[in-house]
Design a protein around this ligand. Sequence first.
Ligand code: NI
Length: 222
Amino acid sequence: MTQSPPDAQRWIQETESHVRAQLLGEGSGHDWWHIERVRTNALLIAREEAVDLVVVELAALLHDIADHKFHDGDDTVGPRVARAWLESIGVDEGTIAHVCDIIATLSFKGAGTSSQMRSREGMVVQDADRLDAIGAIGIARTFAYGGHANREIYNPDIPPVQHASFEEYKTNSSPTINHFHEKLLLLKDRMNTRTARRIAEGRHRFMKTFLDQFHREWNGDA
Ligand code: NI
Protein backbone atom coordinates (compact mmCIF):
# COMPACT_ATOMS: atom_id res chain seq x y z
CA MET A 1 0.00 0.00 0.00
CA THR A 2 1.33 3.45 -0.86
CA GLN A 3 1.48 6.37 1.58
CA SER A 4 -1.59 8.67 1.35
CA PRO A 5 -0.96 12.38 0.70
CA PRO A 6 -1.78 14.59 3.74
CA ASP A 7 -4.82 16.15 2.02
CA ALA A 8 -6.34 12.80 1.05
CA GLN A 9 -8.92 12.70 3.86
CA ARG A 10 -10.19 16.15 2.89
CA TRP A 11 -10.41 15.14 -0.81
CA ILE A 12 -12.45 12.10 0.11
CA GLN A 13 -14.80 13.97 2.48
CA GLU A 14 -15.43 16.80 0.02
CA THR A 15 -15.95 14.36 -2.83
CA GLU A 16 -18.37 12.32 -0.74
CA SER A 17 -20.56 15.36 0.08
CA HIS A 18 -20.43 16.53 -3.54
CA VAL A 19 -21.45 13.15 -5.00
CA ARG A 20 -24.08 12.59 -2.31
CA ALA A 21 -25.68 15.96 -3.13
CA GLN A 22 -25.66 15.15 -6.85
CA LEU A 23 -27.03 11.60 -6.72
CA LEU A 24 -29.28 11.39 -3.64
CA GLY A 25 -32.84 10.55 -4.69
CA GLU A 26 -31.84 9.49 -8.21
CA GLY A 27 -34.35 6.89 -9.46
CA SER A 28 -32.59 4.66 -11.98
CA GLY A 29 -30.47 2.54 -9.63
CA HIS A 30 -27.37 4.76 -9.97
CA ASP A 31 -28.20 6.72 -6.85
CA TRP A 32 -26.03 7.69 -3.88
CA TRP A 33 -26.61 4.35 -2.15
CA HIS A 34 -25.15 2.51 -5.16
CA ILE A 35 -22.04 4.70 -4.85
CA GLU A 36 -21.87 4.01 -1.11
CA ARG A 37 -22.09 0.22 -1.65
CA VAL A 38 -19.46 0.31 -4.40
CA ARG A 39 -17.14 2.27 -2.14
CA THR A 40 -17.66 -0.19 0.76
CA ASN A 41 -17.06 -3.23 -1.46
CA ALA A 42 -14.08 -1.61 -3.19
CA LEU A 43 -12.40 -0.97 0.17
CA LEU A 44 -13.24 -4.53 1.27
CA ILE A 45 -11.69 -6.03 -1.89
CA ALA A 46 -8.72 -3.65 -1.59
CA ARG A 47 -7.76 -5.18 1.78
CA GLU A 48 -6.37 -8.17 -0.10
CA GLU A 49 -4.60 -6.05 -2.73
CA ALA A 50 -1.51 -3.84 -2.75
CA VAL A 51 -3.25 -0.72 -4.05
CA ASP A 52 -3.48 3.05 -3.52
CA LEU A 53 -6.57 3.33 -1.33
CA VAL A 54 -7.07 7.03 -2.10
CA VAL A 55 -7.31 6.33 -5.83
CA VAL A 56 -9.68 3.41 -5.15
CA GLU A 57 -11.97 5.46 -2.92
CA LEU A 58 -12.06 8.56 -5.16
CA ALA A 59 -12.71 6.47 -8.27
CA ALA A 60 -15.49 4.54 -6.48
CA LEU A 61 -17.11 7.80 -5.36
CA LEU A 62 -16.91 9.45 -8.79
CA HIS A 63 -17.45 6.48 -11.11
CA ASP A 64 -21.10 7.28 -11.99
CA ILE A 65 -20.97 11.06 -11.68
CA ALA A 66 -21.94 11.40 -15.36
CA ASP A 67 -22.76 7.96 -16.73
CA HIS A 68 -22.88 7.58 -20.55
CA LYS A 69 -26.38 6.04 -20.22
CA PHE A 70 -27.68 9.47 -19.21
CA HIS A 71 -25.73 11.59 -21.68
CA ASP A 72 -26.92 10.22 -25.02
CA GLY A 73 -24.21 7.57 -24.99
CA ASP A 74 -21.33 10.04 -24.63
CA ASP A 75 -18.80 8.11 -22.51
CA THR A 76 -16.28 10.97 -22.32
CA VAL A 77 -18.49 13.06 -20.01
CA GLY A 78 -17.70 11.05 -16.84
CA PRO A 79 -13.91 11.50 -16.86
CA ARG A 80 -14.26 15.20 -17.82
CA VAL A 81 -16.71 15.97 -15.01
CA ALA A 82 -14.57 14.01 -12.51
CA ARG A 83 -11.39 15.85 -13.59
CA ALA A 84 -13.01 19.28 -13.21
CA TRP A 85 -14.19 18.37 -9.71
CA LEU A 86 -10.85 16.92 -8.56
CA GLU A 87 -8.94 19.94 -9.92
CA SER A 88 -11.34 22.28 -8.08
CA ILE A 89 -10.43 20.70 -4.71
CA GLY A 90 -6.68 20.67 -5.40
CA VAL A 91 -5.97 16.96 -6.00
CA ASP A 92 -2.54 16.23 -7.54
CA GLU A 93 -2.30 15.49 -11.27
CA GLY A 94 -1.06 11.90 -10.84
CA THR A 95 -4.10 10.96 -8.74
CA ILE A 96 -6.49 12.81 -11.08
CA ALA A 97 -5.10 11.07 -14.18
CA HIS A 98 -5.35 7.65 -12.53
CA VAL A 99 -8.92 8.18 -11.23
CA CYS A 100 -10.13 9.51 -14.60
CA ASP A 101 -8.53 6.62 -16.48
CA ILE A 102 -10.44 4.19 -14.24
CA ILE A 103 -13.74 6.03 -14.80
CA ALA A 104 -13.20 6.06 -18.58
CA THR A 105 -12.55 2.30 -18.70
CA LEU A 106 -15.16 1.27 -16.15
CA SER A 107 -18.48 0.88 -17.86
CA PHE A 108 -19.58 -2.44 -19.32
CA LYS A 109 -19.70 -2.13 -23.10
CA GLY A 110 -21.46 -5.32 -24.23
CA ALA A 111 -20.88 -9.09 -24.05
CA GLY A 112 -18.51 -9.26 -27.04
CA THR A 113 -16.38 -6.26 -26.08
CA SER A 114 -13.72 -6.01 -23.40
CA SER A 115 -13.07 -3.27 -20.85
CA GLN A 116 -9.70 -4.35 -19.49
CA MET A 117 -8.50 -2.21 -16.60
CA ARG A 118 -4.91 -0.98 -16.77
CA SER A 119 -4.25 -0.87 -13.01
CA ARG A 120 -4.96 -3.00 -9.93
CA GLU A 121 -6.85 -0.01 -8.45
CA GLY A 122 -9.10 -0.01 -11.53
CA MET A 123 -9.69 -3.75 -11.23
CA VAL A 124 -10.80 -3.34 -7.61
CA VAL A 125 -13.33 -0.58 -8.43
CA GLN A 126 -14.59 -2.45 -11.51
CA ASP A 127 -15.18 -5.57 -9.39
CA ALA A 128 -17.05 -3.58 -6.73
CA ASP A 129 -19.27 -1.95 -9.39
CA ARG A 130 -19.95 -5.33 -11.02
CA LEU A 131 -20.82 -6.93 -7.67
CA ASP A 132 -23.51 -4.28 -7.20
CA ALA A 133 -25.01 -5.29 -10.56
CA ILE A 134 -25.65 -8.91 -9.48
CA GLY A 135 -27.42 -10.71 -6.63
CA ALA A 136 -30.54 -9.38 -4.89
CA ILE A 137 -29.43 -5.76 -5.24
CA GLY A 138 -28.52 -6.33 -8.87
CA ILE A 139 -32.02 -7.66 -9.55
CA ALA A 140 -33.63 -4.64 -7.85
CA ARG A 141 -31.41 -2.19 -9.73
CA THR A 142 -31.98 -3.91 -13.07
CA PHE A 143 -35.76 -3.58 -12.84
CA ALA A 144 -35.48 -0.01 -11.53
CA TYR A 145 -33.35 0.87 -14.55
CA GLY A 146 -35.69 -1.02 -16.90
CA GLY A 147 -38.65 1.04 -15.68
CA HIS A 148 -36.61 4.23 -15.94
CA ALA A 149 -35.76 3.33 -19.56
CA ASN A 150 -39.39 2.38 -20.28
CA ARG A 151 -38.61 -1.28 -21.00
CA GLU A 152 -40.92 -4.26 -20.71
CA ILE A 153 -40.23 -6.63 -17.78
CA TYR A 154 -40.22 -9.60 -20.12
CA ASN A 155 -41.39 -10.48 -23.61
CA PRO A 156 -40.98 -14.14 -24.61
CA ASP A 157 -41.03 -13.16 -28.31
CA ILE A 158 -37.81 -11.15 -28.00
CA PRO A 159 -34.76 -13.40 -27.44
CA PRO A 160 -31.58 -12.14 -25.70
CA VAL A 161 -28.70 -10.93 -27.93
CA GLN A 162 -24.94 -11.02 -27.25
CA HIS A 163 -23.97 -7.48 -28.23
CA ALA A 164 -20.81 -7.47 -30.34
CA SER A 165 -20.13 -3.76 -30.02
CA PHE A 166 -20.62 -0.94 -27.54
CA GLU A 167 -22.83 0.90 -30.10
CA GLU A 168 -25.14 -2.11 -30.27
CA TYR A 169 -25.20 -2.57 -26.48
CA LYS A 170 -26.01 1.02 -25.55
CA THR A 171 -28.77 1.44 -28.15
CA ASN A 172 -30.59 -1.84 -27.39
CA SER A 173 -34.08 -1.66 -25.93
CA SER A 174 -34.84 -5.29 -25.12
CA PRO A 175 -36.91 -6.40 -22.10
CA THR A 176 -35.27 -6.32 -18.67
CA ILE A 177 -35.14 -10.13 -18.23
CA ASN A 178 -32.94 -10.27 -21.34
CA HIS A 179 -30.41 -8.07 -19.57
CA PHE A 180 -29.67 -10.98 -17.20
CA HIS A 181 -28.55 -13.06 -20.17
CA GLU A 182 -26.88 -10.19 -22.04
CA LYS A 183 -24.86 -8.95 -19.08
CA LEU A 184 -25.58 -9.99 -15.50
CA LEU A 185 -24.98 -13.74 -15.78
CA LEU A 186 -21.66 -13.05 -17.55
CA LEU A 187 -20.21 -10.93 -14.77
CA LYS A 188 -19.21 -13.75 -12.38
CA ASP A 189 -16.52 -14.90 -14.81
CA ARG A 190 -15.27 -11.38 -15.44
CA MET A 191 -14.19 -10.53 -11.89
CA ASN A 192 -10.55 -9.44 -11.62
CA THR A 193 -9.86 -10.28 -7.97
CA ARG A 194 -10.19 -13.42 -5.85
CA THR A 195 -12.30 -11.69 -3.19
CA ALA A 196 -14.83 -10.47 -5.77
CA ARG A 197 -14.98 -13.89 -7.46
CA ARG A 198 -15.85 -15.47 -4.12
CA ILE A 199 -18.63 -12.93 -3.38
CA ALA A 200 -19.92 -13.19 -6.97
CA GLU A 201 -20.50 -16.99 -6.71
CA GLY A 202 -23.30 -16.62 -4.15
CA ARG A 203 -24.89 -13.66 -5.90
CA HIS A 204 -24.82 -15.51 -9.22
CA ARG A 205 -26.58 -18.54 -7.72
CA PHE A 206 -29.26 -16.27 -6.27
CA MET A 207 -29.97 -14.74 -9.70
CA LYS A 208 -30.28 -18.20 -11.27
CA THR A 209 -32.79 -19.17 -8.57
CA PHE A 210 -34.72 -15.95 -9.21
CA LEU A 211 -34.83 -16.54 -12.98
CA ASP A 212 -35.95 -20.18 -12.56
CA GLN A 213 -38.79 -19.10 -10.29
CA PHE A 214 -39.69 -16.18 -12.60
CA HIS A 215 -40.08 -18.49 -15.59
CA ARG A 216 -41.99 -21.11 -13.58
CA GLU A 217 -44.48 -18.45 -12.49
CA TRP A 218 -44.63 -17.01 -16.03
CA ASN A 219 -45.60 -20.43 -17.32
CA GLY A 220 -48.27 -20.82 -14.66
CA ASP A 221 -46.80 -23.75 -12.77
CA ALA A 222 -45.49 -22.28 -9.52
NI1 NI B 1 -21.85 2.11 -10.97
